[in-house]
Design a protein around this ligand. Structure first.
Ligand SMILES: [Zn+2]
Length: 218
């Protein structure tokens, strides 16, 4: 998989930031997005409100009214999240609401992906943050997992084969060591009575020498 420069930089970034530093950087990122969406036109007394602005949606609907008192038309504002991270947009007139920049940019869009990579770089994505992991990161890590699994499988197969060979060799050695020994089971396993055994011994001793000689040669 080909990685873009942004992705490479974000993945290889070794910088670590404190939570406060991360939040400061997210504010910068978010302000950049909101500034281009709705230009800051006035401040607000409330510290949670970053700035007041014209609502792009309302302005589109009523372009003529914009010529009146501009302050009156500042129906929207960009605000700081008190319980989250970054900034959101809200218009009191049309009730347009964009609490999270990532959602505003639109999941799957190039802008959202770029934003997610910037946040990935400062380790401010995923659980607990207002931005998910970049979609491409999920693909990259899935690919890495597949690659690792394939490597693991190949390693396992090799180990199995080695074990099989080692086992076969041990068997061969054991067989070699066992060969000179008499085959087990022939000694004392037959049910011949003492009397029969004595008779057999006698018969064996009295057989012709020629036969004995042949037997020795076997
Ligand atoms: Zn509006």
């Amino acid at each position: 998989m080909h990685l873009t420069d942004t992705e490479k930089r974000a993945i290889s970034s070794k910088k670590t930031f404190t939570d406060q530093e991360k939040r400061g950087k997210i504010r910068e990122l978010d302000l950049e997005v909101w500034n281009s969406f709705a230009t800051p036109l006035a401040k607000h007394d409330k510290p949670t409100i970053a700035y007041r602005c014209l609502c792009p949606y309302c302005s589109l609907e009523k372009p003529k009214k914009n010529k009146q008192s501009q302050t009156h038309n500042l129906t929207a504002w960009v605000y700081h999240h008190t319980n989250g991270d970054g900034l959101g947009f809200y218009c009191a007139a049309c009730k347009a609401k964009h609490p999270r920049v990532y959602d505003f940019l639109g999941k799957g869009s190039a802008a959202a992906e770029e934003y997610a990579w910037k946040r990935f770089e400062i380790d401010a994505v995923g659980k607990g943050w207002y931005c998910p992991y970049p979609q491409r990161w999920n693909e990259i890590s899935a690919l890495n997992r597949q690659r690792k699994a394939a490597q693991h499988k190949a390693k396992d197969a090799l180990r199995k084969r080695e074990n099989q060979i080692a086992y076969a060799l041990r068997e061969k050695e054991a067989l070699k060591a066992a060969k000179p020994r008499t085959t087990p089971g022939t000694k004392g396993s037959c049910s011949v009575s003492k009397h029969q055994a004595a008779r057999e011994r006698k018969r064996f001793a009295s057989r012709p020498a020629r036969v004995l000689k042949n037997t020795e040669n076997l």
